[in-house]
Design a protein around this ligand. Sequence first.
Ligand SMILES: N[C@@H](CCSC[C@H]1O[C@@H](n2cnc3c(=O)[nH]cnc32)[C@H](O)[C@@H]1O)C(=O)O
Ligand SMILES: [Zn+2]
Length: 429
Amino acid sequence: MTTLRIAGGRVLHPDFSVREGDVLVDDESGEILAVGDVADGDATLDAHGCLVMPGLVNAHCHAAMTLLRGYADDKPLESWLREDVWPVEAELTDTDIRAGTELALVELVKAGTTAFADMYFSMPEVAEAVAESGLRARLGHGVVGVGKDEEAARADHEESLDFAREYDGYADGRVRTIYTPHSLTTVDESLLREYVPKAREAGVPLHYHANETRDEVDPIVEERDERPLEYADDLGMVEEDDFVAHGVHSDAREVELLAERGTAVVHCPASNMKLASGAAPIPSYREAGVTVALGTDGAASNNDLDLFDEMRDAAMLGKHAAGDASAVPAEAVVEMATAGGADALGLDAGRIEAGRRADLAVVDFEAAHLTPTHDAVSNLAYATRGSDVRHTICDGEVVMCDREVLTLDEDAVRERAAEHAADLVARAE
Ligand SMILES: N[C@@H](CCSC[C@H]1O[C@@H](n2cnc3c(=O)[nH]cnc32)[C@H](O)[C@@H]1O)C(=O)O
Ligand SMILES: [Zn+2]
């Protein structure tokens, strides 16, 4: 066993108290060994003037969409997807997706994110990029039926299941998988009835977009006379390890259903504001006991992957929508970005305590915009930026030290992604 001592900082504890202390990590098993007054480690990582917090969890993302950052803005979901995003995505190659995913990984690491959930395609490339980066992920091949005949749609489901079966546990267990039908309106009922049970048999959890926009909810309600998540439940898609993205337009019955089943919701406030999708009922979810996580969604609807921004957006949108400044307080958003995300993704992380995975972000608090520190949790929610993260540790390994990414070559990744993005857009036009 070799140990790493993250020394001299203050530590954010699971009860949100902040105390001076060290964190001792076993960098072979990737576990937190001790917190507080700890004996010397084999190596030391300096955290003076810093806050040591759980690594952030981005629970809903389409990582390679970094290639489309700033390509199509200022439109609602339906036309944004159909007119702009899907035509370009049809041109994406494996190497484009690899380049875009690596760009996302650099961005995630640099903003203290240690785990994310991704729904996209060319997922073996994504899994390899994740392996290389040192991060942790829940990965799924997104299934879309729109514009496909039965055979092609079926092949998409098969690909999603094959990937999920084959890659679960990849990269020393840092990669886990999910079965990811895109949404309840873009995938056929008959194929869901056939494939959801197969995912259950394989023990793979589900992740999909649900109740994101009114345009998506209304046709289901009209056609079936039931709420979208009731329809999903009828298909067996609302189970304990599952997590749904957005949940903007859920009604009281659906909130109750998610709470009963133990299905988590991933709140994506920036994407919801940008596409004008609406404001998710976060206070209702939390009161009902639903696990709420945070996600950026893809970089084309955000337009970055900084979860500190997302925390602030979640707090601001929550208050604005409720007309109540006490709604969605600082502690709630920090919890959503850490423990909530870890719980949604089924990771033994998101809290700094002995025995948990050593997924950590060390945030430099010696900055003008973080001074003074009356309340460290308030600073995290309202004033910190991803660029304040000094070190990122995942599974006990230092993946960024003093802002230098150790696992990926940042400049090369950035150049490659810019080239792939330019070529992609040129091909699509
Ligand atoms: N196998 C599918 C790919 C689906 S990946 C997941 C899809 O979700 C899309 N997406 C990104 N953001 C959102 C969102 O906010 N709502 C719904 N879909 C989104 C994304 O562009 C991508 O097309 C195919 O052959 O088309
Ligand atoms: Zn999405």
